[in-house]
Design a binder for this molecule. Structure first.
Ligand code: CP
Length: 300
């Protein structure tokens, strides 16, 4: 496996995370126009699951860095003839791609790709990890509070099926934040400390709501209105939050289910900020994948 692959937040140290966040912040300011100083940087985007944010913010990041992105159409590829994931990625490597971004429904699909030499950037694997979503979540909190240490974060919803919950728990705890998990009992997960949202909402710095993932079989026996009332972020809960607290959601949002539609762009909401930050984080991750050291005054 290429040492610059990004597969799971488990693989990054606290220092690695801070370096990526600092690079992402600089991509938003002094290094806005920075491009990879290489004549070719072919990146294959291979998405086996639907995506708007991750897919197209990777593509935007690649174009801004001067890479040449290729959108691999899985439905028109030889995967439809039974070619394996390993053979598909090995073909992309053999025909000259320098990196590959992969989203796949299988947990830890990348374990099959040990013998691939180009960097693999995980854009989400089943219920496993979503490292770039996690990094943009961390960046959004870091921008807001100036640190992650000591932050009180509550993540609410379908914890069981959520790769975002898994990656954010791993990274936030590594960075010294306190993370708790709320939502229906049927979606609790071993090792993820359960709380009632109403018991912690006044003390939380960050309230992150998760989507009900119907495509992964998550369903609750109640109407959308009942879900919002019992477990969602409604106006009553929003009003109980600290003035300095923020609300987040990895998207896409089921408006009126986990999130009152009027709160999506409310003053405490950082939902669209998260999406903007996705491009900065993915630029930082791509720069790292191509072997470039973190920004300093010297390598500007
Ligand atoms: N948050 C997230 O992964 O969204 P997409 O599925 O639209 O990429």
């Amino acid at each position: 496996m290429n040492r610059y692959s990004l597969l799971s937040m488990k693989d990054l140290t606290k220092e690695d995370i801070l370096q990526i966040l600092d690079d992402a912040l600089l991509f938003g300011t002094e290094f806005k126009d920075w491009q990879l100083p290489c004549s070719k940087a072919l990146v294959a985007n291979l998405f086996f699951e639907a995506s708007t944010r991750t897919h197209y913010s990777f593509e935007s990041a690649e174009l801004q860095l001067g890479c040449k992105p290729a959108d691999i159409d899985v439905g028109k590829s030889s995967i439809t003839k039974g070619e394996t994931l390993y053979d598909t990625v090995k073909v992309l490597e053999s025909i000259g791609y320098d990196a590959v971004v992969i989203r796949h429904s299988q947990d830890a699909y990348y374990k099959e790709l040990e013998n691939i030499n180009i960097p693999i950037l995980n854009a989400g694997d089943g219920q496993g990890d979503h490292p770039t979503q996690c990094l943009l979540d961390l960046l959004t909190m870091y921008q807001e509070f100036g640190t992650l240490e000591g932050l009180k974060v509550v993540i609410c919803g379908d914890i069981l099926h959520s790769r975002v919950a898994a990656s954010d728990k791993e990274a936030l705890e590594k960075m010294g934040a306190e993370v708790r998990f709320a939502g229906p009992e049927i979606w609790r997960r071993e090792g993820f400390t359960p709380v009632e949202l109403d018991d912690v909402i006044e003390d939380a710095d960050v309230v992150m709501m998760l989507r009900i993932q119907k495509e992964r079989g998550s369903a609750v026996d109640m109407s959308d209105e009942e879900y919002l009332e019992r477990y969602g972020l409604n106006k009553t809960r929003y009003a109980r939050m600290k003035d300095t607290a923020i609300i987040m959601h990895p998207g896409p949002i089921n408006r009126g289910v986990e999130f009152d539609t009027d709160l999506v762009e409310a003053p405490k909401s950082r939902y669209f900020k998260q999406i903007q930050n996705g491009v900065l984080v993915r630029k930082a991750v791509l720069k790292r994948a191509f072997g470039f050291a973190p920004f300093t005054k010297e390598n500007a």
